[in-house]
Write a protein that binds this ligand. Structure first.
Ligand code: ARG
Length: 571
């Protein structure tokens, strides 16, 4: 089916082309009417005419083809009110459409870089954000028809591996594997670091080990592989616990790009971009300077001939466009790395690896704050383990369930608590503008009331319980939507606006567009359910209202699913 928004927009576009060439009308959902046409005022201005007069003229000439009635409002808006026929037809189409009106794009490949923890280091709340936001975007883009390539750009290379490998040897392989296996990554990394800082012979061993690693020494590579494999196994457990779609196959870490780095340098050099500075090979992209006005370098190859983080990201751009055919390159990484990406992309553009038609975007996000509004740390001052946050949320959910439904079987309660705990954590992360910091408040996140994941899960389960009470299957084959009650019409408009919410979230990479929509929809449903009895009314009203319930439940379930949140039928 074609979404209501797209129907209206297409109609408007043709009408405007005839009446007012060059105008770019935009449609906005408005609380005064169903939709509002914007963009008339700008054209009137450029014509030097009175906007209201232009709006009047347009309205008289516009043929909305029975989709909507019109009215000029304010300084030059055109308000559209959808006709009962359109509403009925669209709602009936929704009943038979698994995509609930969302259209699909063709021929686009999104390469999404997300999660990207570091080997032998704990995943912290920053990685939580990248993982949760990235997973939501991957699901949204996939649903929107993009072919999605997930890239888990794990930090698996570089100088720290000298000390990490030496520490592994000191511990003994078995012991090291055991410690990494239980997810004790913080201790592992910290111990290595402490030795490195305190012990000069250890430091020297580490240095030599880095050299051996870079020159491809077999035994060193074998030890390195243990560190990587154990860490990836641990990350995978965290992903499974969170129910995100990343798998070990998506791990394409920094080391993957090693064999390409010499070519990167060669190409940059033949493009005349390389400048030697202090023994290092640098590129100075235009427009980047220090506060003192000195040009800022992207260091491609260090003085010791090693390659750094930037070189790897240059190779990654080249690979994602050239080899993967990416049309949309998204990097879900914390805001502090904004300049790094801006500079790397400027270099990639200068080198010709980033054609104009490829979209590349830093999907930046803010920090997770503790109750004291400082960066979230545990009581002992350590970074907080992501997995323990999730487990705490699940425990809280289990306690709430025990209170609410003491008769629930233990097994069911445990399973439900897992879904609710995940929803709590994910929704809290996704429901605010991602650029902003947010305070980690578990109590609020797990609450069944308010703008929370569990609230929306509950709203969905509550609708399903109506159908359970009903018992037998209902058929909506002959249903018609008369929408006699205002609350019914309000709910219906909400249901028809799902495609805009999805498209908005996709276009801006802002999952909170979708959470905001779903929360609003749940409230529309509540108002409807308070005003309109469902099971106790006669046919055909009963079927109509049941159908509204059905579409609402499906919208909540699909919408939450696109955010990586499972909506159980019963809670
Ligand atoms: N591993 C890095 C970190 O923990 C993030 C990598 C992000 N992705 C990238 N292509 N640079 O900060």
């Amino acid at each position: 089916m074609t979404s209501t928004y797209e129907l209206l927009a297409a109609r408007l576009r043709t009408a405007f082309d005839d009446l007012l060439p060059g105008a770019d009308p935009t449609l906005r959902v408005s609380d005064r009417s169903d939709y509002q046409v914007n963009g008339v005022m700008a054209v009137a201005k450029s014509l030097g005419e009175n906007p209201r007069a232009v709006a009047d003229r347009l309205m008289n000439g516009l043929d909305m083809g029975g989709l909507a009635t019109m009215e000029v409002a304010g300084p030059g808006f055109i308000n559209l009110t959808l006709t009962p026929e359109l509403l009925d037809g669209q709602l009936r189409s929704l009943l038979g459409d698994d995509r609930l009106g969302v259209s699909e794009v063709q021929g686009r490949t999104a390469v999404i870089d997300y999660s990207a923890p570091n080997v032998a280091k704990e995943m912290h709340v920053g990685h939580l954000r990248s993982t949760v936001i990235g997973d939501a975007l991957a699901r949204l883009y996939r649903f929107k028809g993009y072919s999605v390539v997930a890239r888990n750009h794990v930090g698996d290379w570089g100088t720290p591996f000298g000390m990490l490998i030496e520490h592994l040897l000191d511990l003994g392989e078995e012991e090291a594997i055991a410690s990494l296996g239980i997810g004790d990554l913080n201790t592992f990394y910290r111990s290595a670091r402490e030795k490195f800082d305190a012990d000069d012979t250890f430091k020297e061993r580490s240095r030599l080990r880095v050299v051996a690693l870079q020159s491809g020494d077999d035994e060193t590579l074998r030890l390195w592989r243990i560190l990587v494999a154990e860490s990836v196994a641990y990350f995978t457990e965290v992903y499974e616990a969170l129910d995100v779609t990343l798998t070990p196959a998506d791990v394409v870490g920094e080391s993957f790009y090693n064999p390409m780095l010499n070519d990167v340098v060669r190409d940059l050099d033949s493009a005349g971009l390389i400048v030697e500075s202090d023994g290092a090979l640098c590129v100075f992209p235009e427009g980047f300077t220090t506060r003192e006005g000195e040009p800022l370098p992207v260091i491609v190859q260090k003085r010791d001939e090693g390659f750094g983080y930037a070189a790897t990201d240059l190779a990654a751009v080249r690979n994602r466009v050239g080899d993967l055919g990416g049309t949309d390159l998204l990097y879900v990484v914390g805001a502090p790395q904004a300049q790094h990406f801006a500079m790397v992309w400027a270099v990639a553009r200068a080198a010709g690896w980033l054609p104009e038609n490829v979209r590349i975007e830093h999907i930046a996000f803010g920090s997770v704050l503790g109750p004291d509004r400082k960066v979230f740390k545990s009581r002992s001052g350590e970074t907080v383990k992501l997995i323990s946050l999730l487990n705490e949320a699940i425990d809280k959910a289990a306690a709430t369930l025990l209170e609410r439904s003491p008769d629930m079987e233990l097994e069911q309660r445990t399973e439900l608590a897992t879904h609710i705990g995940r929803a709590a954590i994910k929704y809290a992360d996704l429901s605010s503008d991602r650029q902003r910091d947010y305070v980690f408040d578990l109590e609020r996140m797990v609450n069944f009331e308010g703008d929370t994941g569990p609230y929306l899960q509950y709203a969905h389960a509550r609708i399903r319980s109506i159908f359970r009470r009903l018992g037998d299957e209902v058929s909506f084959d002959d249903v018609h939507f008369m929408l006699g009650e205002p609350a019914e019409r309000t709910l219906a408009l909400g249901l028809l606006a799902f495609p805009e919410a999805v498209d908005g979230a996709v276009a801006t990479c802002q999952p909170h567009r979708l959470t905001g929509y779903l929360f609003d929809l749940a409230q529309r449903f509540t108002s409807f359910y308070e005003a309109c009895p469902v099971l106790s009314v006669d046919e055909p009203l009963r079927s109509e209202r049941l159908a509204l319930c059905e579409i609402t439940a499906r919208t909540l379930r699909l919408g939450l699913g696109l955010l990586g949140i499972y909506a159980p039928d019963q809670m």
